[in-house]
Design a protein around this ligand. Structure first.
Ligand SMILES: Cc1ncc(COP(=O)(O)O)c(C=O)c1O
Length: 414
């Protein structure tokens, strides 16, 4: 269980036993744990656990005991080594952490499991959030599991699959004629008016805690894949970035693991990947800025990356610089090409966000920023099934089962 909540800008401590949003300075709050008292805990202890979810790391999550967790079995997603087929041959140690295997088919499940666990413990009855789509589906499911009411504010062009799963799951769906930032403003006002709890990403402390488990798992997964007991981190991590909670969370996990004595001080180079039409963090990084102004006229088909302003901007920019990382954009066409390549050459039917990180790796390989033998991890943050509206089937062959010459016709078209 966390022992305090600390402002990510000023370090000011906030009461962890009360419901908290942003810090008094208006910045994200970070959960702190007494890690010194946990130094007896070894990776081998974690490996022996029978808990098959991210909650096997429960000592560094917001619960006193495992039984408090609102869980649907999130986490423990596969880390898949890419084959060197075709264009993938440029990398000899490339991996995909496939978050599409989570409940509700995206990494948002991790954050919602942690946040709703804590909200339930602190007596919340109704949660509300703005979402690009996947967070809405995840919040709906975990709220249902916990017996809470859920209200979601989504842009009206949110993928139909996300809207339908929220509606089916009993959430109150509010369609907004604007961007996620507009949804965020309306959600805040509604929470003030109706007394709902605002679950906006990084505006409450615990979605970050759930997502940080990607960092813990990665270190275990890589060690297991290499048949070693010492936890391992890759050279490079590519992350599709909207609000950036996963990126900030993983970095926090690495620091915690170092304090636990599980890893040393070496860190992966972190890469932010955004769409050309909405790239506030990429722009701020290359401008040398410490925060990212609102990106004007944000436009991309990739709903998860359509985030023109992020409250954790200064944290992401700091991580990019401290890790000697970088930030890169892709056109919508290129990242959809990435979706196809991952599916056809690796069998991974990922989200456009996953296509984006793969194509970003190709670009960084072409410039020599990534070397062929480096260990590179791509985060495929969701499953393609949520994005069927973006996919095309233009190579199907029609065949008449009543035709006596069906095989001749098929032969002609193959
Ligand atoms: C599939 C997918 N990938 C990435 C993101 C961006 O995540 P984050 O807010 O952690 O940067 C989202 C957010 O909606 C998403 O749905």
């Amino acid at each position: 269980m966390h022992t305090s909540l600390e402002c990510s800008l000023t370090g000011e401590v906030h009461d962890p036993s009360k419901l908290q949003g942003l810090s008094r300075a208006g910045k994200p709050l970070l959960a702190r744990y007494d890690l010194q008292s946990l130094r007896h805990l070894r990776p081998a202890d974690i490996r022996q656990r029978t808990e098959r979810s991210m909650w096997r790391f429960h000592e560094v999550l917001p619960v006193d005991s495992l039984s408090e967790a609102v869980t649907l079995g999130e986490g423990m997603t596969p880390l898949l080594k890419c084959t060197q087929r075709g264009i993938f041959g440029q990398f000899s140690d490339l991996w995909v952490k496939d978050e599409g295997f989570n409940p509700t088919q995206s990494f948002k499940a991790r954050g919602m499991s942690a946040a709703i666990t804590r909200a339930l413990a602190l007596g919340v009855k109704t949660v509300a959030l703005p979402s690009a789509g996947n967070a809405a589906g995840a919040a709906t499911a975990y709220a249902a599991r916990a017996g809470l009411d859920c209200v979601i504010f989504v842009p009206e062009d949110t993928p139909p699959a996300n809207i339908l799963e929220s509606a089916c799951g009993g959430a109150r769906v509010i369609l907004v004629n604007g961007l996620i930032s507009d949804c965020g403003r309306l959600c805040r006002a509604a929470c003030d008016r109706f007394g709902w709890f605002d679950l906006s990403t990084l505006k409450e402390p615990f979605r970050l805690e759930g997502k940080k488990t990607m960092g813990y798992e990665l270190a275990f997964d890589l060690a297991d894949a290499r048949h070693t007991t010492d936890l391992q981190l890759p050279d490079v991590i590519l992350y599709p970035t909207g609000g950036g909670t996963g990126l900030i969370g993983m970095w926090k996990a690495f620091d915690e693991m170092e304090q636990l004595g599980w890893i040393g001080s070496a860190r992966p180079r972190m890469v932010v990947v955004q769409a050309e039409g909405c790239a506030p963090i990429v722009k701020a990084f290359h401008d040398g800025a410490v925060s990212a102004p609102m990106f004007p006229n944000a436009k991309t088909i990739v709903s998860g990356l359509r985030v023109p302003a992020a409250v954790g901007d200064f944290l992401m920019l700091d991580i990019l610089r401290r890790s000697h990382g970088t930030a890169i954009t892709l056109s919508d066409a290129e990242l959809m090409q990435g979706v196809q390549e991952l599916a056809r050459l690796q069998g991974i039917h990922g989200a456009p966000e996953g296509g984006a990180v793969w194509r970003a790796a190709v670009q960084l390989r072409a410039t020599g920023w990534i070397q062929p033998e480096e260990t590179v991890v791509l985060f495929n943050t969701g499953a393609a099934v949520k994005y069927n509206h973006l996919l095309r089937c233009d190579n199907a062959i029609r065949l008449d089962h009543t035709s006596a010459t069906a095989m001749d016709e098929l032969e002609k078209q193959l």
